[in-house]
Design a protein around this ligand. Structure first.
Ligand code: NAP
Length: 323
């Protein structure tokens, strides 16, 4: 591994480029901190796999997810943020300056903002990936509105599946709740709320093996397989929501900051502070509850303001020592 050259030292490095990372970039750039943003494997994050975004304030006609991200990136760059399409492969936060590697290249920073997001888990069945944004979704809050008076299905047996199915009954005429086992793992209260809803029909011991439809027609149905006797049958529907959990992108921070048992970055409640002073986490990488573009952007702003405060204090301490 090469040593960090003086040119690869930054006041702040931001890892991740979804709404959290790019908002942190905008704010730190406007504070004259010249942030370096490593955009990661999926520049722009989950918004780039979304089509129409109708719930980001300021866009009354809606905006395509990738365009929203492009505009956020442009706004941050206008004030001096540097964005690199690189993937961080290793970090060391055991001492300052913090170390961040992209393969063999070492970068150092006085502060780090982690905004690597989380990825929705998918079933990996034929038709699913192709129809994301055309009837297949992993976010009821984002896409439920498009399914007014439609028949839809939600897959999963955890709290997310219960919550999404219940939420979707506001729009859909019928919601199948499909689970691979004979009972849900969700909390009793959320199960009960879902099962008491007359629009929800649970289908237990059922696997979904294929999603049907095209980009022109949208989703038209799914093929189900009975887990006990392996028989298959088709079910007509227009929307297919996958709610089988998320995986936070924290592999490179393992052992560097405290993570919860599911791998999410742990922050002091109500803040973006990790257990390492000067390392902040914002957006979905630390959010198991809200997971919205706007909440991610808000926490990116919080991380930037905390970074400013942290760097000011660091600067004051350094000056006091050297004076
Ligand atoms: P989760 O609890 O891990 O549940 C995932 C569900 O998806 C499980 O029922 C699992 O089935 C199923 N699943 C996983 N992989 C699958 C596959 N390949 N095919 C079919 N089914 C699959 O995830 P979550 O529901 O997203 O919840 C994550 C955490 O957030 C939990 O701690 C939850 O309590 C919390 N949460 C809380 C709230 C709330 O309180 N309002 C709302 C949402 C989430 P098996 O049961 O067979 O393993």
């Amino acid at each position: 591994m090469t040593d960090a050259s003086p040119s690869s030292h930054r006041q702040v490095i931001i890892i991740g480029s979804g709404p959290a990372g790019l908002t942190a970039a905008l704010y730190t750039a406007r504070a004259n901190l010249q942030p370096l943003v490593f955009e990661g494997l999926e520049p722009g994050g989950q918004l780039t796999t979304t089509t129409e975004v109708e719930n980001f304030p300021g866009f009354p006609e809606g905006i395509q997810g990738p365009e929203l991200i492009d505009r956020m990136r442009e706004q941050a760059k206008r004030f001096g943020a540097e964005c690199q399409f690189e993937v961080v492969t290793k970090t060391d936060f055991s001492s300052r300056p913090f170390k961040v590697w992209v393969e063999d290249s070492l970068y150092t920073a006085d502060a780090v903002i982690i905004a690597t997001g989380a990825a929705a888990k998918w079933l990996g069945i034929p038709g699913e990936h192709e129809l994301v944004g055309h009837g297949v979704s992993s976010c009821a809050t984002c896409d439920g509105f498009f399914f007014r008076d439609k028949t839809i299905a939600v897959v999963g047996g955890g709290d997310s599946a219960m919550e999404e199915a219940t939420f979707l009954t506001r729009f859909a005429s019928k919601v199948y709740l499909i689970h691979r086992r004979d009972s849900f793992r969700a909390s009793k209260i959320m199960q009960q709320r879902a099962l008491d809803n007359p629009k929800i029909e649970p289908l237990y011991n059922t696997h979904v093996v294929q999603v049907h439809g095209s980009k022109d027609t949208g989703v038209t149905g799914v093929t189900l397989q009975d887990a006990t006797d392996q028989t298959t049958r088709d079910l007509d529907l227009q929307g297919f929501f996958v709610a089988i959990g998320h995986k936070p992108n924290t592999d490179v921070f393992n052992g560097q900051i405290n993570l919860d048992p599911n791998g999410y970055a742990l922050v002091e409640p109500g803040t973006v502070k990790t257990n390492i002073s000067g390392v902040f986490a914002c957006g979905d990488v630390q959010d198991t509850k809200y997971r919205q573009a706007i909440t991610a952007a808000g926490s990116g702003c919080m991380a930037a303001l905390e970074t400013e405060k942290f760097l000011e204090a660091l600067h004051d301490t350094t000056h006091a020592v050297t004076a």
